[in-house]
Write a new protein. Structure first.
Length: 256
């Protein structure tokens, strides 16, 4: 691509075939109501992102992405960005970095996500329903702002995988006012637990307070954690209390 690409409603739906390179400074924009689908089951049908990808729908006209892969590009020289609001995202993966985590930023809001993978340096998800997505963020990154923000989301099946490897990165995470559907047995998906501390030497206890766990207490919640409460070789523990006693009013209702 040598110029910006607009996916307009009058030509929707669109089929993605092959690998589309989005160079630095170039952007792809999806209009409200546009549907974008993978032309086949091949993961090589994808956007290789070094520029920006924007899919901004409305409540009345959400954008739709089906089995779409957005990955980073090795030619990225500046921060690649993905902005998605009022969207329906089914399958696929959004991993907008290639060489360095700090070269990517992903923001999703007011959307429905079902089955797939999200990974990047900055991952911000707000007011969305997430069903079966593995939300992963490495944490080994030098960036401004929070590494990951999960605020007012409903994880209707299971929960996210969030790795917290380094003490000086953990404090840059904000995970609050979410609903974790722990009242049902969690589907283990790709990973066995939801929140993980990989740094065995860390003594920092990261906070995941002010979330709603369907009435579960700290002892029951520990079954979903990989930390010092479940493993003798790890010192640090996640702080889960205080817990919300009911879903936060700004969090969407879960869909099972």
């Amino acid at each position: 691509m040598e110029s910006d690409l607009a996916l307009t409603l009058d030509k929707s739906p669109y089929s993605l075939r092959g690998e589309i390179q989005i160079p630095p400074g170039i952007k792809v924009v999806m209009e409200p109501g546009v549907e974008l689908i993978n032309a086949g089951d091949d993961n090589w049908n994808k956007f290789a992102l070094a520029g920006s990808f924007s899919a901004v729908g409305t409540k009345e006209q959400p954008v739709v992405l089906k089995n779409i892969t957005i990955s980073g590009s090795s030619v990225a020289t500046e921060k690649s960005t993905v902005t998605i609001t009022h969207a329906i995202i089914k399958n696929g993966s959004i991993i907008p970095y290639r060489n360095k985590f700090e070269n990517s930023k992903l923001e999703i809001a007011d959307s429905f996500l079902e089955t797939g993978l999200i990974m990047g340096g900055q991952v911000i998800i707000r007011r969305s329903i997430i069903k079966g997505y593995d939300t992963y963020q490495n944490g080994d990154t030098e960036i401004e702002g929070n590494n990951i923000e999960l605020v007012n989301n409903c994880f209707s099946v299971g929960g996210p995988r969030i790795d917290s490897p380094f003490e000086d990165r953990i404090i840059k995470h904000i995970i609050k006012h979410n609903t974790f559907n722990a009242s049902n047995p969690p589907q283990k998906l790709q990973y066995p637990v939801w929140f993980m501390i990989w740094d065995y030497t860390s003594t920092y206890n990261p906070s995941i307070t002010d979330n709603y766990w369907h009435g579960l207490g700290d002892t029951q919640i520990s079954d979903f954690l990989w930390d010092g409460s479940t493993r003798m070789d790890i010192s640090a523990k996640f702080i889960t209390s205080p817990l919300l006693t009911e879903p936060h009013p700004d969090t969407p209702t879960c869909i099972n």
